[in-house]
Design a protein around this ligand. Structure first.
Ligand code: NAD
Ligand code: LMR
Length: 327
């Protein structure tokens, strides 16, 4: 059997952490042949709760779980880490301006980026889940100049999964009938789920829907605002579905997609006019532990307008954290 992979989860005592850790330990993150060492990184007041989760992890007697460490120390938490899931973040609270939110998260993701830079393994892969995910990833990346930039990614896989489920429901097909349905831009209501390159049972998805009014006025807001809909219904933000998407994101990054498209927010290389460097969602394929942005797609005017809007939002966030000296 392979040697254990070190997986760090920040915010391990939170609700996504609780939905995530057992699935990682059971082999769903990296595959059934890869043992894991889990590193649970929390702030001091939450360490006891993280210890409780560790007791339960132990009680599952997962054959692939080789070790559990719990710490509030960043150097320890990222020491030798191969996969970092940055989940813990500062949520927006009443009266908080966007700049305050970005600054508060800078206080979390900058030191975490520094610690990843100094202590993680050479093959470190980072997925940022904590919101605002794209820009938090940018902050961590900027604080880790020795780590290749492309190792910092943010999560739009939950948005992709939502987009698949809503389209499948509309067309009364199984989700497996859908391919190449990707999210572009920011993990925010401005995101763009692109039906023009998606396929349903081999047919173009926009043609299969054949209803631009539904696409624009129902589908896009439904997918884009699904996070708020969940918060309204549960009184808490999505947890199990977010953990599920994090598993999907990393599993596909590590194990390859065999030519299938998936959505990942990754540092732009300037493709499709998205300014180089911002962490924006694209359709990607993965192989051998690396991803590539799908190239050569023709973007129609409708899509270009939507992509421009969500990218402008990301540029605004980038500029705000630049003003704060974070990137
Ligand atoms: P939660 O409040 O239940 O848990 C967050 C945990 O993070 C807490 O245990 C807290 O102690 C910990 N934490 C705070 N600061 C930390 C730090 N500096 N280091 C380590 N741990 C720290 O929240 P949750 O429901 O688990 O959600 C976590 C984040 O994920 C939120 O920002 C949420 O908005 C985001 N989220 C993103 C997506 C997505 O699709 N990208 C989806 C759902 C939720
Ligand atoms: C989601 O998409 O479910 C979350 O990002 C919502 C949130 O604000 O935590």
């Amino acid at each position: 059997m392979a040697s254990p992979v070190n997986v760090t989860v920040t915010g391990a005592a939170g609700q996504i952490g609780y939905a995530l850790l057992f699935r990682i330990a059971s082999g769903q993150l990296l595959g059934p042949d890869t043992p894991v060492n889990l590193k649970l990184l929390e702030i001091e007041p939450a360490l006891k709760a993280a210890e409780g989760t560790a007791l339960e992890l132990t009680d599952c007697a997962f054959p692939l779980l080789h070790g559990i460490e719990i710490t509030a120390d960043l150097a320890e938490g990222f020491n030798g880490t191969n996969v970092a899931l940055l989940v813990g973040a500062r949520p927006r609270t009443k009266g908080m301006e966007r700049a305050d939110l970005l600054e508060a998260n800078g206080g979390i993701f900058k030191p975490q980026g520094n610690a990843i830079n100094d202590h993680a393994a050479d093959d470190i892969k980072v997925l940022v889940v904590g919101n605002p995910a794209n820009t938090n990833a940018l902050i961590a990346q900027a604080a880790a100049p020795d780590v290749p930039k492309e190792r910092f990614t943010a999560m739009t896989r939950l948005d992709q999964n939502r987009a698949y489920a809503q389209l499948a429901n509309k067309l009364a097909v199984p989700v497996t009938a859908i391919k190449k349905l990707a999210i572009w831009g920011n993990h925010s209501p401005s995101m763009f789920p692109n039906l023009f390159h998606a396929e349903v049972n081999g047919q173009n998805a926009a043609d299969a829907v054949d209803d631009m009014a539904w696409y624009e006025n129902e589908y896009l807001p439904r997918v884009g605002k699904r996070g708020a809909e969940i918060i309204d219904a549960r009184g808490a933000s999505s947890a199990a579905s977010a953990a599920n998407a994090a598993i999907d994101h990393v599993y596909d990054w590590v194990n390859g997609t065999n030519g299938e498209w998936v959505s990942m927010a990754v540092p732009s290389d300037g493709s499709y006019g998205v300014p180089e460097g911002i962490i924006s969602s694209f359709p990607v394929t993965t192989a051998n532990g690396e991803y590539e942005i799908v190239q050569g797609l023709e973007i129609n005017e409708f899509s270009q307008g939507k992509i421009d809007a969500t990218v402008a939002e990301l540029v605004g966030e980038r500029d705000a954290v630049k003003d704060l000296g974070l990137v």
